[in-house]
Design a protein around this ligand. Structure first.
Ligand SMILES: NC(=O)c1ccc[n+]([C@@H]2O[C@H](COP(=O)([O-])OP(=O)(O)OC[C@H]3O[C@@H](n4cnc5c(N)ncnc54)[C@H](OP(=O)(O)O)[C@@H]3O)[C@@H](O)[C@H]2O)c1
Length: 248
């Protein structure tokens, strides 16, 4: 097989769950870098609206449920018609869990797996087909979690989905053989709506166990996500941990 040139920097990034928390910070970073961005979540927030108003020629926002493949197809059609083809995806949207496995209903387990694993895999497939149809090469970043590598009570189904995406990352990188760079970022706990179920005692315990002596912040994840989207590093098929050393 012939040698592949480097995958170009992203020019139009699709960010799932780009309405708040880490996702909104990723959207802001893509804008700061000069690229275009399409962001969606079930609810469009003021933060998304402000960015779209400030950068009408580079930001497309939409309301869509990640489990609704038809809505996502429509979003991709509209945003690529407006801003040009999408050549990168950040699979950030997810729902959390705060229940022991024995107390988690079958419906809830199904919902966590559909939202956090099946839907991102289908969206990845959709975006890859979009890129390949346009003869483009691109980049995929999965936002997973340290929970996929270390055990945390109350997060069984959630951890299973994140481990599934980590495994898919490696295999996709191999399948795409340089036509796409596929990587995952596995953060430790950071403050957000998702992690707001943790009480101060639990947060203090995590901080104590973290060698860097402080919890992760979304801003700690941004430089790495930026590099995976824009730089020529030849990092591929990796799961990169950002957890202050909590898992060592
Ligand atoms: N917070 C942590 O401690 C932590 C640690 C490790 C990894 N992570 C991962 O980091 C990523 C971001 O988490 P976060 O803490 O920033 O969470 P967050 O504040 O709860 O944000 C989650 C985002 O996903 C969207 N979302 C959820 N369900 C969706 C659906 N069905 N369809 C479309 N969008 C949906 C949410 O918007 P809507 O609800 O309006 O749809 C929101 O934009 C997630 O993948 C999470 O698993 C978080």
């Amino acid at each position: 097989m012939s040698e592949q040139p480097p995958v170009p920097a992203a020019t139009h990034v699709l960010v799932s769950g780009g309405s708040r928390g880490l996702g909104l910070s990723i959207v802001q970073d893509v804008i700061n870098s000069g690229a275009k961005v399409t962001a969606f979540a079930r609810t469009v927030t003021d933060g998304m609206r402000e960015l779209a108003e400030q950068h009408p020629d580079r930001v497309h926002i939409g309301s869509a449920d990640i489990t609704d493949a038809a809505a996502l197809a429509q979003l991709i059609k509209e945003s690529s018609a407006e801003l040009g083809p999408i050549d990168a995806l950040v699979n950030n949207a997810a729902i959390g869990q705060d229940s022991l496995h024995v107390h988690t209903s079958a419906d809830r387990i199904d919902q966590i797996i559909s939202t956090n694993l099946t839907a991102p895999l289908l969206l990845t497939r959709q975006v890859m087909r979009h890129m390949m149809a346009k003869g483009m090469r691109g980049r995929i970043v999965m936002i997973t979690s340290i929970c996929a590598q270390r055990g945390y009570a109350g997060l069984v189904a959630y951890s299973a989905t994140k481990g599934g995406l980590d495994a898919a990352t490696r295999t996709l990188a191999r399948e795409m053989h340089g036509r796409m760079l596929v990587n995952a970022i596995a953060p430790g706990f950071f403050a957000s709506e998702m992690s707001s179920v943790l009480g101060q005692t639990q947060l203090d315990a995590i901080t104590r166990r973290t060698p860097s002596g402080r919890l992760v912040e979304p801003d700690n994840v941004i430089p790495l996500c930026h590099t995976l989207l824009f730089d020529d590093t030849n990092i591929n098929g990796q799961v990169l941990v950002v957890d202050g050393g909590g898992s060592i």
